[in-house]
Write a protein that binds this ligand. Structure first.
Ligand code: R5P
Length: 310
């Protein structure tokens, strides 16, 4: 890719391999930074190159140690703003704290909104993120938000593996939209499971709408965290006569449990969070190409939605 505009891409410390992949596709080195920790644990950063008047991109995924990485990107944006950059585009492949996007009971926070406020206060002018847990989180920001999708890359891998006799199943109603879109792209039927979350670690499934008998099921979701949603979905599909079970999702929040690896025949997982797996059952799907295209579109003021037109 070639650029007239001299933008700079910086990486926080949460997922440098992904930032490096993106920088290699863009053929631009990552911006130079010094990161340090004060003796009491406070985060320090220093930008080691001139950024005055430049458009900068700052990549940081907010997973694994979300409190640390959130604070680090806020501090990094503050340093860049005070160094007189022209604009800051935050690239947050996994937008942590997104699941607390409404009050489900009294006296609860809405953390997704709080994080939006913090990022804006730190000086971001634009956010690029991926498969937001709920599209309406975009509305928590006053700056433009582009919600990218890992689906084209996930589907490419699934098609390469020539999975046949498929039906796409959403493991909960929140994933219906994504399941419908996967089904349309793979030319399959789709269905949905009615899930009830009991607490952050446990779910209960009550109903499967759709026919999985003698079918190979592709379960699709935005994320897998404890794996409880996926486990219950597998169990209900198997109880209804499904043959093979595959799972595709964008964000892996916690490592896959051995039990889940046993239950699912193959996983397609976006690399928005840092994880490694030696299992032959796991295909790690890079989202770097999509992020690089989005950066290109921002730099050249091109359409981002056209990246996802099939
Ligand atoms: C829920 O609405 C999400 O789309 C995921 O289904 C959920 O967050 C997965 O979490 P867990 O793996 O802990 O069940």
């Amino acid at each position: 890719m070639s650029f007239k505009n001299e933008f700079i891409l910086f990486s926080g410390s949460s997922h440098e391999p992904l930032a490096k992949e993106v920088s290699e596709i863009l053929q631009r080195p990552l911006g130079a930074l010094e990161r340090n920790k004060f003796p009491d644990g406070e985060i320090g950063v220093r930008v080691l190159e001139n950024v005055r008047g430049r458009d900068v991109f700052v990549m940081q995924t907010i997973a694994k140690d979300p409190n640390f990485y959130l604070m680090e990107i806020l501090i990094l944006c503050d340093a860049l703003k005070r160094a007189s950059v022209k604009s800051i585009t935050a690239i947050i492949p996994y937008f942590g704290y997104c699941r607390q996007d409404r009050k489900s009971e009294g006296r609860e926070p809405i953390t997704a909104r709080l994080i939006a406020n913090l990022l804006e206060t730190a000086g971001i002018d634009h956010l690029l993120t991926m498969d937001l847990h709920a599209g309406q989180i975009e509305g928590f920001f006053n700056v433009p938000v582009d919600n990218l999708h890992a689906q084209p890359s996930l589907i490419k891998e699934i098609k390469q593996d020539k999975r046949d006799n498929l039906v796409v199943i959403a493991p909960d109603v929140g994933s219906i939209k994504i399941a419908r879109s996967f089904a349309a792209n793979l030319h399959t039927a789709f269905g949905v499971i009615n899930k009830k979350r009991i607490d952050p670690q446990h779910v209960d499934t009550q109903l499967l709408i759709g026919n999985v008998e003698n079918k190979n099921v592709l379960l699709v979701d935005d994320m897998c965290s404890t794996g409880a949603t996926l486990k219950h979905a597998v169990e209900i599909c198997k109880a209804h006569g499904a043959k093979h079970i595959y799972a595709a999702f964008t964000h892996l929040i916690k490592p896959l449990s051995p039990e889940l690896e046993q239950l699912v025949d193959h996983f397609y997982i976006g690399n928005t969070t840092p994880f490694t797996s030696n299992s032959s059952k796991v295909t790690t799907v890079s989202v770097a190409q999509i992020i690089a295209k989005a950066i290109h579109s921002v730099v050249y003021a091109d359409s981002i939605s056209s990246i996802f037109k099939t």
